[in-house]
Design a protein around this ligand. Structure first.
Ligand code: 5GP
Ligand code: ZN
Length: 135
């Protein structure tokens, strides 16, 4: 096994730096109605809403209402929820009009992955041809 975390993701004490606390979690606040969002889908366990800074004509975020910090923190017991999220992600993409033209589903995880909000989310992007690879 290689290093579990890059040097950049570790603080001096060796603990993971991206230890996002739940108490100031923006996405928990959106799920709880404390912060408004343009919702496109909601049920008892998940929520999809428009990204506040869209990088494509269609750009939504799909989150579980349960606070899971990152895909890197996903527990085995959450695997069925993760499966339902993935299935819902393609339905949201269809709702956004990307069923035929295609979409990109992105999960940034941890520091090197570019995660900035510490609550698991799937970006659903479409409405234009997207470049690859990412920077
Ligand atoms: P990450 O960089 O963690 O993969 O993605 C976080 C995303 O959340 C970014 O695309 C950012 O624009 C979006 N975002 C951050 N704060 C808010 C907010 O308060 N409301 C909404 N709708 N999106 C947000
Ligand atoms: Zn949260």
């Amino acid at each position: 096994m290689g290093r579990a975390f890059s040097r950049a993701a570790l603080s001096r004490s060796g603990r993971r730096r991206y230890n996002f606390p739940m108490s100031d979690c923006i996405f928990c606040k959106i799920a709880g109605g404390e912060i408004p969002a343009q919702k496109v889908y909601e049920d008892g366990e998940m929520l999809a809403f428009r990204d506040i800074s869209p990088v494509a004509p269609a750009h939504c975020l799909l989150i579980p209402k349960k606070h899971i910090k990152s895909l890197l923190e996903l527990e085995a017991e959450d695997a069925p929820l993760a499966g339902r999220l993935l299935h819902r992600a393609q339905e949201v993409a269809r709702e956004l009009g990307c069923g035929e033209s295609g979409a990109r589903f992105v999960i940034n995880a941890g520091t090197d992955g570019g995660q900035t909000v510490g609550h698991l989310h799937i970006h659903i992007l479409g409405g234009r041809a997207l470049a690859w690879p990412p920077g």
